[in-house]
Write a protein that binds this ligand. Structure first.
Ligand SMILES: *Cc1c(COP(=O)(O)O)cnc(C)c1O
Length: 238
């Protein structure tokens, strides 16, 4: 078991409850899921929050996630929120029985691959990532038509193993610091409206991180992904 010090546990629990309270204030209805983003943080940090009752954790790197999932309790609800490459779809869906969601599905091809590889195991929720900022380095669908095509496939009998959950975006840094209406979040809301009306869905929205999750909830987010405000600054990735 991943062991932690009482000091670290207290620090993490306090930081988590500050964020959880802010989420509750922004969303009194209580329908927003707070995902604690633990990438590059030790398994002991996750265990400490788990022991305090937290279940939703987000990770970005497939090997790190597989490794942590093997060491940590089996009822953790893991969210994969990192870049989804065709080459790592199998690793994720086959080696993590308790993978709760893939938030970064950005093509029909990858959706098909994930669904096929997952056969015989528990279903995985998926969010389709949309590139709302148009930045080249960001992944995601770039047209509503492609999203609709993917949603329709997910609704078909060919999809045996994925549960369509919603849409996800990261948004540009400039938009996230303004403290005013975030145009990238507004774009995702608009994409949702179009997809919902074409496909008869009522999609969830995964948007908002440490510095902009309150604004994201104000604009309709139902799933926020918060890392550094809970766990502290991350070490550099290498
Ligand atoms: C790292 C990451 C987060 C968390 O970011 P913080 O700013 O540390 O809260 C959220 N979403 C995605 C997609 C990430 O990669």
């Amino acid at each position: 078991m991943a062991t932690y010090t009482p000091e670290r546990a207290t620090q993490l629990k306090e930081a988590y409850s500050v964020i959880a309270n802010q989420v509750k204030q922004a969303d009194p209805s209580g329908k927003v899921t707070l995902v604690a983003v633990s990438k590059l943080k030790p398994a002991s940090d996750i265990q400490a929050l788990y022991d305090a009752g937290v279940r939703h954790f987000g990770e970005n790197y497939p090997n790190e996630l597989v490794d942590k999932a093997q060491q940590l309790p089996q009822d953790i609800k893991w969210h994969f929120i990192g870049a989804l490459q065709s080459g790592n779809v199998n690793t994720l869906v086959k080696k993590i029985p308790n993978l709760y969601a893939i938030e970064t599905v950005d093509s029909l091809k990858k959706a098909k691959k994930a669904s096929a590889s997952r056969q015989g195991q528990d279903k995985i929720n998926v969010f389709l990532q949309y590139n709302t900022s148009g930045e080249e380095q960001k992944a995601g669908f770039t047209s509503v038509d492609e999203v609709v095509e993917c949603v329709k496939w997910l609704q078909s009998d060919e999809n045996t193993s994925l549960e369509l959950k919603g849409l996800m975006t990261i948004g540009s840094f400039e938009q996230s610091v303004s403290g005013e209406e975030n145009k990238d979040f507004a774009t995702l809301v608009d994409v949702k409206k179009q997809v919902d009306s074409s496909c008869g869905t009522d999609l969830d929205l995964s948007m908002g991180m440490s510095h902009d999750f309150v604004q994201a909830i104000a604009q309709g987010s139902t799933n926020v992904r918060v890392g550094s405000s809970i766990f502290g600054a991350r070490p550099p990735k290498n």
